[in-house]
Design a protein. Structure first.
Length: 283
């Protein structure tokens, strides 16, 4: 770890120490894994609680990791089952969907933490996220949830580099995101469509595509696949192309398309006007 990264990591530890005890919203992704490990170092294992919330939008392939990681390191871990369809207005998928979801989800995490005698709740927003369209950050602020990675000025690149220096298995892991983020705004979110996306992405990952998104549009009829630009050539070559198209059609998609711009986080946000973004952010 370079001296600069060491200073940033020390800043993260310094941001955590005053909390005394903390519940960490732990998804098993790159950001929350480093946050959890840093919390254990800063506060002591006995003062840290990892809280993982699963819902209908949680990719099935991600569910084994958090429990195994916490068990291996002896970290107290609680799993919550969150029902996104119980959140009023969420299934209609408005531009502030993430705000609605985070507000409900973190309210549950805060309640669980208090049952455990813990007042501080932390989550994994990083410094890069402040430049993106993230309505969920409004909910985080309203509920008083801490974002130590952001407070320490850690970018995604910093987090990956520090994670590598600490030997964490997530250092080079693909970015994770809720399956609901694959839906066009205004496109109804249903359990069936979430399953279609989940199974489609699982199939592509089994075929060796590590970073992938299957966006769902046109009321579930159209799948728009995003893979990193260097992987596009392999995807469109026969017989891969035919295998992918056949599998996605069996899942219920009528049309299977490839986004020539390649993978990019939050591509559905490109459809929103500046006014819609401001409203969703509560500005």
């Amino acid at each position: 770890m370079t001296d600069e990264l060491k200073k940033k990591y020390d800043s993260l530890l310094a941001a955590l120490r005053p909390l005394g005890r903390a519940a960490i919203a732990y998804s098993g992704g790159v950001d929350s894994t480093l946050l959890l490990v840093a919390a254990v170092e800063a506060l002591g294992r006995e003062n840290v609680l990892a809280v993982t919330a699963y819902d209908q939008g949680s990719p099935s392939r991600e569910k084994a990791g958090p429990e195994a990681f916490c068990k291996e390191r002896g970290i107290r871990h609680i799993i919550l089952q969150h029902d996104i369809f119980a959140v009023e207005g969420l299934s209609a998928n408005p531009p502030d969907r993430c705000y609605l979801c985070k507000k409900a989800l973190f309210s549950e995490i805060i309640e669980e933490a208090k049952k455990q005698g813990i007042d501080a709740v932390c989550e994994g927003t990083n410094a890069d996220d402040t430049f993106d369209f993230r309505p969920g950050m409004r909910a985080i602020a309203e509920l008083g949830v801490a974002s130590p990675l952001k407070a320490a000025g850690l970018t995604k690149a910093d987090i990956r580099a520090i994670s590598g220096g600490l030997g964490l298995p997530t250092a080079s892991a693909p970015s994770l995101a809720c399956l609901a983020s694959r839906f066009s705004y205004g496109e109804a979110i249903t359990e069936k469509r979430l399953h279609m996306v989940d199974e489609a992405e699982n199939f592509l990952i089994e075929k060796g595509f590590k970073q992938v998104r299957v966006r769902i549009q046109d009321e579930g009829r159209l799948a728009r696949i995003e893979v990193p630009a260097p992987d596009i050539g392999r995807l469109i070559e026969a017989p891969m192309r035919e295998a992918v198209a056949e599998r996605l059609r069996t899942l219920g998609f009528t049309y299977v398309t490839l986004d020539l711009l390649g993978f990019r986080s939050g591509s559905m946000n490109e459809t929103l006007s500046p006014e819609e973004k401001k409203e969703a952010l509560g500005k």
